[in-house]
Design a binder for this molecule. Sequence first.
Ligand SMILES: [Zn+2]
Length: 341
Amino acid sequence: MITVYSDEHKYHHGSGELFRGSVVPCVENPDRASEILSRIRTIGLGDVRPAHDFGLSPVYRVHTERFIAFLQSAFDQWKSISDNPDALPSAWTSHRPSAEEPQSINGWLGYYSFDAGTPITAGTWRAAKAAADTALTAQAIVREGAPAAFALTRPPGHHASSEQYGGYCFLNNAAIAAEAMLRDGADRVAIIDIDYHHGNGTQAIFYDRSDVLFVSIHADPAQEYPFYHGYAQETGNESGEGFNVNYPLPIGTGWERYREALDDGLRRISTYGPDALVVSLGVDTFDGDPLGKFRLTSDNFTEIGRRISELSTPTLFILEGGYDLESIGLNVTNVLCGFEE
Ligand SMILES: [Zn+2]
């Protein structure tokens, strides 16, 4: 399988995030991508290709212009009030989207974000744009006939909505790629999100639409981040009704229960009959991940890839979460190798 990778991800390296009341080193860091790339080369998964620059028009199909302008300029404004290398919000609006857009950087940060775990650094925009280009380059490889491709992206994307960032995510790489598939002629695209955390941003972007089916298997938001979205009763709105499917699972979920949700989600996708599939590939479902509390093993990831391949649909894998550096390379490549088997 072809991997698309850009070194530019290294420009996003926050020093700290607010976690359980303390500022701690960011778990979403460049070592994650390095570990996966190293494993891909060790096992000889396939070609590793650079990302092309697609400009901003595919990004604007998902995100608003004012949100992009904010991401591009936030750090420069932050520098005028702070020497801290991480711009973090400390106040949030409770009246989105009707509140007036603030005119100060502290107000702006809270207006466009939903947590304090996602610092904007000097290189964040550059890295986030490169991640979107990485996803779009891999999408083009699938469009040109490859059965699958892997976009080795960071920062991740599935928590970002049209104009909010958070959960380590700035641009929604999976949504941008899905929109590119539609523009390239797909009538229907399915996204399956197997990250431990609900893909609230992706859900929000496509919630009113029937041309993208969103299926997410994740930890119950009653217990886990992102807390306010990801419940089973969130099934879509208006013409999108029935095209949003959530499988919230309890803390401690192991393979048996996970497999039931996966198989049911894959059945829903098969019935939908998409022209292309996007996999939001998070491996923080691994037993031992510092953020996740599921109990999947490395072998289970091989089986996940194998089951996804049974859809026989052109498939674009896009990296989301996964924070155990010792296992992340193995677990990600196990999904990809399971698919190729
Ligand atoms: Zn996650």
